[in-house]
Structures are given as C-alpha cells and as structure tokens.
Design a protein around this ligand. Structure first.
Ligand SMILES: Cc1ncc(COP(=O)(O)O)c(C=O)c1O
Length: 461
C-alpha cells in the first residue's frame, strides 16, 4: 500500500487505481494490458495526465460539467472559507450559502420560487418524481401517478430514474423497474418517425398527447423532458414543439419537469435551456454545471404553486414533503455554486458561450461540407453533436466502433478529448459530442475542429 507518492512518479497511483478503483461506464478487462488515464491537474480548458501530457478538454470533465474551467482559485477559497466556518448541517435547518444561492438562482428563473438541495442529477429528478407522486396521492386519490419520459432522454442512474430513461441499452439488465413510467416518442427530426412532414415539431408533440389519451389523462401526473436532449445525441427541439408541449401539459393538468442537469448554468448561452423556448415549467432539476464540479450539488426547483401544495394542510402529519438528502446539507455545494455564478456573470460567459457556440457551429458545418460521414450537425451554445452516417441518403448510422475510433484518434493524435453517445441505444451510438467550458476561445475551437477533421480523415481511410 502506498499512501504517499512522488509528485513526479505516478506509477504507485496507477497501481492503486488498477487494484482498487471501479471506474464508471468502463469494461475493466482492458486494464490488464493498458493503464487507466489518471488526470493529475487542470487549468482553464486543459488537463494533464500521469505522463505529463497536456490535453484540450472539449467535454468539460467528460460529462459537460466544468462550465467555468479548471483551477478556479476563488471557488476553492469560497469553499475553504465556508467549510471552516460551517461545513454541514442537515437540510431541516438553513445555512448562509444555502439561502443566498437559492435567492440568486431564483433571480435567474422568473416564475420559479423554491430550491430543494440534494447532490446529484439523478437525485434531483427522484425528488421531482416524489413530488408528483405525493401530489397524486394527496390531490387525486392516487390516480394521477404516471410520469411520462421521452425516448432518447436520460435522467439518471438510479433504478427509478433509469425507469424514466429513454436509453434502452443503459437500462438493459437492470430491471425490473418500478411501475408508472411511460415512454413518449423522441423529437429528432433528422430521424423522423413520420416521414418528411412539414410540421414535424407539432407532430412530435402531438405524439405525447396520443400517449396521454391512450393511458388516460386522469392517470398522468407529470412529464420529464430535457430542453435539448444531451446524451441521447444532442437533439435540439424542432420548430413549434415546445409551444405545443406546454399547451398539452396545461390541457391535461400535467406537471412539466424540465431536466436542466446538462443544459443548466449557461451551457446553451442562457441560464437555462428552457429559457430559449418560452417554457413555463412546474419544476426544474439541475446539477453538473451548478458548481462546475468544484463541489457536489443538485437542485430541484419548483414554482410557489407546487410548493404550496405541501403546506396547505398543516394538520395532516403526512402532508409536507417528507424527503431527506443527507448531503443536501453540505454547504460546500451552494458556496461553490454562488462563486460559480458570480464568475459566469462577471466574465460574461453566457455571452461568450453564445458567440463561441455560433463559431463552433459554423466550423462544424464547414467540416460537414468536406466529410460525407457527417450526416447532421446539431446544438446550441457550446453544446454540439455531429451525427456520423455511412451514407447521407440512407442515413444508415456508422458502427459504434467507428465513432469511438474518431474519439480515440482525437485523444491519441491531437490530445483533444471529445465525447460520443455512449452505449445508449443499439445501432445509434453514432453521435460525437462537444461541450467545452464556457471560457473557450476561437483558438480552442479551431484546435478541436482541426483534431476532428484529422481524426475523421484517418478513420475513413
Ligand atoms: C440530462 C441528465 N439528467 C440527469 C443526469 C444524472 O445526473 P447524475 O449523474 O449527477 O446523477 C444526467 C447525467 O449525465 C443527465 O445527462
């Protein structure tokens, strides 16, 4: 056992990792012959591995998280100061950063009013589902308990959030799942389920209504949707979609839960993805970028209308929200989140995200002109996907292994880390994903695009 290591020699760390760490989403057989990558240090957009090799991170920590970039001393200081003053108390009490961050967050979310703290995106969504279920039981005699979710959306890794996940491969082998989660069709126009229709957005939203009518509107209490689907292939909503979804939710008295775990905190150029589309959610969940990975924090944010349903009957001992998240009481989360938000504002990173996002999109369209393997370019802000196909006319997806070779070539040849839809749907793990930190410059984007250009040329050859 090596409790100390030489800062210039990470071999003991690699051995300790190989012997004892179980990494997420990784088949470990390969580590019998190759070493895992250990990330030693990060600064801005760059990270360094155990061999001292520098990489440009185009995925904000792998899973669209580190929105303000690495090495932020002011966040570390804010967390340190807060931990020394008061590190933890269970959420039945208040804390200074908990109150101040909630106030700041709500100031960016007109129409919303209450923040419930927990510590992962999955957990934030579970809280939203519990809220729907409790309302079903207190207001609708238990009948309005079903929660709709969309094919290709992802909401987390716990059994209930997997039950509400539209990634069939991610769910495989983890059933049986709890009842009451019902799938609606995806809204990826590039892969239209209804042929070449003019009003695809309305058609895709109407498909939700069809499911509601099939299930019985009196049984449907909520619907959870990503504003722009992330891990399902960076799916931007088609024209008219959100307006119609909102109408349907109002018509059938269905609570609209927007999962902003990826899109939240500026990723798409606005504070929240839903704010591009005039959506009025009943609940919004968020995690990843809330503190840019400097501390674990997630939030389930509700309207005052939803919140009030949990206090109007104070004599009933079961009427309030009887949920607890132990680590929802850690003050490091909101302390880091407050400073994260200050940085986003002071450095005008939402504006940078919009400008650099447009630049990245333009560059990727240029790349598409030169590479027939790129079937579709999608995204908003610094959040982009390139769907790879064998043939543009048939749109037949490339093999998963081909997309993964492109990712591997970017890392090996140019030290640029990009993402790919990861074993989510059989036959459709073919979208490259990009989510650089919101501090990205034109030259960072040029470097990313050049790496993808070379990797595509190499892999096709
Ligand atoms: C849209 C979305 N929701 C929820 C989650 C789950 O978040 P966590 O991994 O923090 O539980 C993720 C994770 O990638 C996500 O992409």
């Amino acid at each position: 056992m090596n409790l100390q290591h030489n800062p210039n020699d990470y071999s003991a760390v690699v051995e300790a990792d190989k012997a004892n760490v179980w990494h997420h989403l990784v088949q470990h057989k390969k580590f019998e012959t190759v070493d895992p990558l250990i990330i030693i240090e990060g600064k801005g957009m760059r990270v360094w591995n155990q061999a001292g090799r520098e990489h440009l991170d185009a995925v904000s920590g792998g899973v669209w998280t580190v929105n303000v970039g690495y090495g932020r001393e002011s966040i570390a200081n804010a967390v340190r100061d807060q931990l020394l003053k008061m590190n933890y108390f269970a959420g039945a009490m208040g804390t200074v950063p908990g109150a101040l961050f909630a106030e700041k967050l709500i100031s960016k979310m007109p129409g919303m009013s209450r923040v419930y703290y927990s510590n992962s995106g999955s957990e934030a969504n579970e809280k939203a589902y519990k809220i729907v279920r409790q309302i079903a039981n207190t207001k609708y005699d238990g009948k309005k308990y079903k929660i709709l979710f969309r094919e290709r959306d992802y909401h987390g890794t716990t059994i209930a959030t997997l039950a509400s996940g539209g990634h069939t491969q991610r769910k495989a082998l983890y059933g049986p799942f709890p009842d009451g989660f019902v799938e609606v069709p995806h809204c990826l126009e590039y892969r239209s389920q209804w042929g070449d229709v003019d009003d695809y957005g309305i058609r895709a939203a109407n498909a939700i209504e069809e499911v509601i009518l099939r299930e019985g509107p009196e049984t449907v209490g909520g619907i959870v949707l990503e504003p722009i689907t992330a891990g399902g292939g960076v799916i931007t909503p088609p024209k008219g979609y959100w307006e119609r979804v909102q109408e349907i939710c109002k018509k059938y008295d269905i609570l609209l839960i927007i999962d902003e775990v990826v899109c939240g905190m500026g990723r798409t150029g606005k504070w929240f993805g839903y704010q591009h589309y005039g959506i009025e959610p009943d609940m919004v969940t968020m995690a990843k970028g809330v503190a840019s990975g400097y501390a674990a924090i997630s939030c389930t944010v509700t309207t005052e209308r939803v919140f009030n349903m949990f206090k109007e009957n104070a004599d009933d001992p079961l009427s309030y929200f009887r949920d607890i998240s132990t680590f929802g009481g850690c003050t490091a989360g909101p302390a880091a989140a407050l400073e994260n938000m200050r940085i986003l504002e002071e450095e005008k990173l939402l504006e940078n995200c919009t400008a650099m996002g447009e630049y990245m999109m333009e560059k990727f369209h240029g790349l598409k002109a030169g590479h027939a393997i790129i079937g579709d370019v999608r995204g908003k802000g610094l959040f982009t996907g390139l769907e790879l196909v064998k043939d543009r006319d048939t749109k037949e997806p490339v093999e998963e292994a081909t997309a993964q070779k492109v990712v591997a070539a970017c890392a090996a040849d140019d030290a640029v880390l990009i993402g790919v839809t990861n074993r989510s749907f059989p036959g459709f793990n073919n979208t490259l994903t990009f989510s650089p930190a919101l501090i990205a410059t034109k030259s960072d984007i040029d470097e990313i695009v050049a790496a993808v250009d070379r990797a595509l040329t190499k892999v096709i050859a």
